[in-house]
Structure formats: C-alpha cells, structure tokens
Write a protein that binds this ligand. Structure first.
Ligand code: B12
Ligand code: SF4
Length: 494
C-alpha cells in the first residue's frame, strides 16, 4: 500500500509565525505530529510519503503515486482540507481523515471514505485489519481513550527537519480542569494520560538520530495536568539532557497553578524548559468564574507570572475578550495587565465557541450561536451574539492588538521580560553558527533598515546590548516575533 500523508495549509495567522520564521530561513513552526504518529501506527510494509503543505506544494504526481491518502487537520485548515479531499477523490483515491477537525466536524466531509473520530491508537490497527479482509468501515471511533503506552515513536524521519523551527514531542493528553470554552477536555478527556519516562527518552533519542538540535515543544495541553508523573519525569529528563550535552531546550503549555509548585518549577528549570505558555485569559474575576477557570481565581496572576519568570522561563500567554461578564473597561485592563506582566507573546483572541464544547452547548440553549467557527480566534470574527455590542467588542479587540504590538509598547515588554527572566544556558544550541549570523542579518535588514519603525528597533537593540548582553540571541528572537505580530495586526486593521 502506498500511503500519502497530507497536512493541509494554515491560513496566515498569529500562530503561523510566518514573518518571524522567514528570518530563520524556516517554512513552518513544527511538523505535523498527528500524522507522524499515524504513520508509525501503519504496517511496516506500507510505503509512506509526507506532504506538509505548509512547507511544500501537494503535487499531482504525489496523488497519482498513492493508493490511499491520509489527511489530518484542525478547523482552521478546513478549506485547504476540503480541496485536498476533492483533488484526491477526483483521482479515485481512498481518502482517510482524522485529527481535531474530523473529530468535531465529521458531518462536513461527505467525500472522505473513512473518518477517524478521536485518537487512533486502537482504531487504526482495527482499520488495517478491516481493510485486509475487504470490509473497512466509514467511521472509526475508539470505545475508550487509549493508554499512551500504545503510542509509538513518531516517524520523525519522514519530516524534512531543516524546514521547521522546532520539533514536537507529546508527553500527555487531556487536562483535569473544566474551562467552559475548551475542546481539549471534550476531545482528549479530563483524566490526563501520560507516556512513560522511557517512551519520552526514546522519542528524544529518535530526534537526536534524525539530527535535530534546538527547540523541542512538548505539545501537551497542560504539561502539569498529572503533577505526580511529571515530577518523576523531570529529573530523568534533566539527567538525559546532561548526558547528551544539552542538545534541546524545551517549550510547553501549562496551567497557572504551576506558579505555586516550587518543586515543579525547579525541575523544569533543571531540565532546560525555557518558555511556557499559560492560559491566563483575563484579569477579571467574574469572567474567570463564568469561564469555569477556577485555577486562575483567587490568586494574584501578575505575581504568578513573575514567579515563573524568575525560574528562567519566558512566559507566553493566551488572553480572551468577549465573556458575558467583561466590564466596559476590559480592553484597557487587558492592555495594562499584559504591560505589567512583561509577556511579550500575548495571544489575545475573541471568545470562540468551538463545536462540542460546554460553551457551544450553553450558547445553543440561549439561542446565541451564529455559525461554525473559523477556527482562528484572532481574525476578528464572532460566531455568537455577545452581551457587549458586537461592533464595540471587535473594535475593542483590535485596539488591544494595536496597543500591545505597537513597537514602543512591545519592545518595552521584551526588555522587561529579558530583565525578569534569569539567564540560563542559551536557548538552543545551534550546530551551525553561520545560521545565526544569517538570521541576525535578515532581522537587521528587515527591522533596522527597511522598516519605518527602525528607530524603535535600534533603541531596543542598544538597550538590550547594554543591559542584557548575555541574552542577546533572545532579544533578537523577541524582536523577530514582535515584527510578525505587528505585521499581522496591520492586516487586522486594514
Ligand atoms: C502543536 C499544536 C499546534 C501547533 C501546530 C503544529 C503542527 N504542525 O501540527 C501550532 C502552535 C502551530 C498550533 C496552532 C494552532 N492551533 Co493548535 N494545537 C497544537 C496541540 C497543542 C498539539 C497537536 C499535536 O501535535 N498533538 C499530538 C498528536 C499526536 O495528536 P493528534 O494530532 O490529535 O493526533 C492523534 C489523533 O487525533 C489521530 N489523528 C490525527 N490526525 C489523523 C489523521 C488520520 C488520517 C487518522 C486516521 C488519525 C489522525 O491520531 C493521532 C494519534 O491518536 C493541539 C492540542 C492537542 N492536544 O492535540 C492544539 C490544537 C490542535 N490546536 C488548536 C487550535 C485552535 C490552533 C490555532 C487555530 C490557534 C488559534 N487560535 O489561532 C492555531 C492554528 C494554526 C495556524 N497557523 O493558524 C485546537 C484545534 C481545535 C479544532 N477542533 O480544530 C487544538 C486541539 C487545541 C485547542 N483546543 O485549542 N497548534
Ligand atoms: S486549563 Fe487549558 S486545557 Fe485545561 S481545560 Fe482549561 S483551557 Fe482546556
């Protein structure tokens, strides 16, 4: 069986990091881990090819070559997925789809031959058996959520690793909390399941074997969802890192209660975690209550951020506007919070009702749902009727983006962040110094020569050099990411 694994195109969004990636000479942030995992679940004898449309085009010859096409997508990729399915069906190919969009939007994909709902560790082997006896089903849904001990080492060798800025590794699935807008708990459940320490190290060994050095993103929804297991993993990870000459620095996502656990924070610092993404959402207590985000309540969120930063980790965070309880001054309060928290990468979005979530069901009951979401909560579109006037909400959202990504405001946050995040080892040990020089050259050319805001850039760089010489590489990276966010914000307004 010749199997073509296809990852559809993302639109150009905040999360695409497109403007920043081009400085590094990269095409996309990460390879598609879902498909690399699916590949590893298929029989060894099957031939496979990966086409990630975010780094290369899907050529007619690829489709012609294949007996079957396996595609994975998030909602935000749905238009590209639909085109892929149509193209492949026009060539008479068997089309199999899975991943988050298939799981929550299967009814929109009538052309696909086989649809996988949820995780595929048990259902994919069942499909292969059904195919061999000539009776494959259209819909596969696992009876229960599989143990991650059944998850194989992803086929990293299929990805052209030179085109990506980081590699993904998954340690756990699921999250114990119950945020109303979240689809993670619907798709992956509220009981976090983890891989064993041995599985994680085997995946890191595999990344070393394919030649990866640099950033590894632990793509868990909440890395600290199962604190007991994670505390057992971290010393093992730190030890592995030391033995291998610290080839990787780690990024992950975690809930804010990380700040109250010094043992965890210390373990993460020792294991070389350099950045962590938090779901802060809002500084407004009533909106947190509405979102059922109890883990963020009754604590000083600014102090929590500061504490994590003091453990050598840059904090990135998600923020949301559009809750029913948002006060009139929500936009100013978000801007002020983001400024004071020294979080350069603040992902602010409009509240979005994703299918199958508690929020979706409530809004449906209240007759407030408008349409299926675009899957991109930063494009300024609303898929429900908000309590606040909709035009005011969207304009307020844009005003936050304009404020926080204006060069003066952004560079100040970046400097504050460099000040607060205690220096550790350099973020990633690159194997080609020339690569860094080329990156620096491209950043300086774009931000320091061509950009009309170049004065702000040189002021920032001078201050970064005088005050944070040892963190210069981080300073340049932050400038590059800020540029991406500013460019996207200009698009939002235009
Ligand atoms: C890493 C990640 C990213 C990376 C993408 C990297 C990449 N190339 O894949 C980045 C940071 C770029 C990203 C961005 C976004 N992401 Co994202 N992301 C994730 C995250 C944390 C991990 C994905 C992953 O690697 N999982 C590990 C693999 C092993 O799991 P899996 O993909 O589910 O695969 C399993 C099954 O689904 C199944 N399967 C998957 N594909 C297929 C295909 C076939 C044929 C079969 C049979 C089975 C199958 O088998 C696998 C093994 O069981 C998930 C959360 C999550 N837990 O998955 C969110 C998640 C996928 N992202 C999400 C969203 C919303 C986004 C954004 C739109 C955010 C935004 N607001 O703008 C952006 C969009 C990107 C863009 N440029 O516009 C949502 C998707 C919701 C949905 N229903 O579509 C998720 C679920 C998180 C969430 N709730 O917010 N994301
Ligand atoms: S903490 Fe994050 S992953 Fe967990 S339920 Fe809330 S939004 Fe979802």
């Amino acid at each position: 069986m010749k199997t073509l694994l296809v990852y559809p195109e993302f639109p150009d969004t905040y999360w695409s990091f497109r403007h920043a990636l081009s400085f590094e000479g990269k095409r996309s942030a990460f390879p598609p881990l879902g498909l690399l995992t699916v590949s590893a679940l298929l029989p060894d004898a099957w031939e496979r090819r990966l086409v990630d449309m975010n780094i290369q085009p899907l050529r007619p010859s690829d489709i012609k070559w294949a007996d079957a096409v396996f595609a994975s997508a998030m909602i935000v990729q749905k238009d590209s997925l639909r085109r892929v399915v149509e193209l492949c069906k026009a060539e008479g190919k068997r089309v199999v789809i899975g991943g988050p969009y298939a799981t929550t939007g299967a009814e929109h994909l009538p052309l696909a031959d086989h649809i996988f709902l949820g995780e595929a560790e048990t259902t994919l082997p069942e499909f292969v058996r059904d195919l061999e006896r000539g009776a494959p089903k259209r819909i596969y849904q696992a009876a229960e959520r599989p143990s991650l001990s059944a998850t194989p080492i992803p086929d990293f060798h299929l990805a052209d690793i030179r085109r990506y800025s980081a590699m993904p590794v998954q340690y756990s699935r699921g999250c114990p909390f119950q945020c109303e807008f979240c689809d993670i708990i619907e798709i992956y459940g509220r009981v976090p399941r983890t891989k064993s320490n041995e599985q994680v190290l085997a995946e890191l060994d595999a990344l070393l074997r394919v030649g990866w050095r640099g950033t590894v993103f632990i793509v868990d929804d909440n890395f600290i969802g199962n604190k007991r297991n994670v505390k057992r993993l971290l010393p093992v990870l730190a030890d592995w890192s030391e033995r291998h000459g610290r080839p990787f620095s780690f990024i992950t996502e975690a809930s804010v209660n990380l700040a109250e656990d010094d043992e965890l924070l210390d373990g993460m610092r020792r294991a070389n975690f350099r950045r962590v993404f938090l779901g802060i959402e809002t500084p407004v207590e009533a909106s947190l209550k509405e979102a059922q985000k109890g883990q963020n309540m009754r604590r000083n969120l600014l102090d929590s951020v500061k504490k994590i930063q003091s453990y050598s980790m840059e904090v990135m965070a998600g923020f949301i506007v559009g809750f029913d309880n948002d006060p009139d001054d929500i936009f100013e309060r978000q801007i002020e919070f983001i400024r004071e928290s020294a979080i350069p990468l603040a992902m602010v979005g409009l509240l979005t009702a994703l299918p199958d979530t508690q929020l979706w069901r409530r809004l449906d009951r209240e007759g407030r749902l408008l349409a299926e979401s675009t899957g991109n909560n930063t494009d300024g579109s609303l898929n429900f009727v908000p309590k606040m006037d909709a035009a005011r909400l969207v304009e307020g959202y844009k005003s936050i983006m304009r404020a926080i990504y204006s060069p003066g405001e952004y560079y100040q946050r970046a400097l504050d962040c460099l000040e607060r995040v205690v220096a550790g080892a350099p973020e990633s040990q690159r194997n080609r110094f020339a690569g860094d020089v080329a990156t620096l050259f491209r950043v300086v050319l774009a931000l320091g020569v061509r950009d009309r805001e170049r004065g702000e850039f040189w002021r920032y760089l001078r201050r970064a050099l005088t005050r944070h010489r040892k963190k210069f590489a981080d300073a340049v990276r932050l400038a590059a990411v800020g540029y991406h966010f500013r460019k996207l914000t200009e698009g939002l307004n235009g």
